[in-house]
Design a protein around this ligand. Structure first.
Ligand SMILES: [Zn+2]
Length: 170
């Protein structure tokens, strides 16, 4: 048994997976930049011709530094997106309902209507009941889906627990 709620939650979980893949790719790039720094430092510690040639072929320290700053910014932002997304999904799974993505939980959407009077056409917005969630603002998920997703989510969210304690502790 599946539901529209399960489908929506599934697509959110796919987004979580995607952020992990993006994070991994940034981490790989970071390791590469750190390697460039090591290549340059190696030529100072062990100053032979081979190491010197290798060091010269690496980007200059300023370029490496800028790259590292960019990568860290992306990784930090990915972690924040991940954390918010996971917290949201965790709450949704616990309640076995997911916020409607069509009306963002409002239950209604603004619909533009045009009213013509004698010499002009005026635009108005009126509230229209959201068809996706029947005005509820959320979609029901099934118990099997929510329960299985929760098993994973409880552990994933632990990734950020330490970080959160650090922040609130200071
Ligand atoms: Zn809705």
């Amino acid at each position: 048994m599946s539901s529209k709620g399960d489908e929506l939650l599934f697509s959110k979980l796919e987004r979580v997976q995607q952020t992990f893949a993006e994070y991994l790719s940034e981490a790989t790039n970071l390791a590469k930049q750190v390697n460039y720094v090591l290549d340059r430092l190696r030529a100072i510690v062990y100053s032979n011709t081979e190491n010197k040639i290798k060091a010269i072929s690496r980007p200059d320290p300023k370029t490496i530094s800028e790259s590292i700053a960019n990568i860290i910014e992306k990784m930090t932002s990915l972690l924040k997106i991940q954390q918010d997304l996971l917290q949201q999904i965790l709450n949704e799974c616990s309640q076995e309902k997911v916020q409607c993505d069509t009306c963002s939980g409002a239950g209604s959407i603004k619909e533009k209507i045009y009213v013509r009077d004698e010499d002009s056409i005026n635009e108005f917005y009126q509230d229209k009941r959201c068809d996706q969630c029947n005005g509820l603002g959320f979609l029901q998920t099934t118990k099997p889906f929510s329960e299985q997703a929760l098993i994973m989510l409880h552990h994933l969210i632990d990734l950020y627990t330490y970080d959160m304690q650090e922040r609130t502790g200071k």
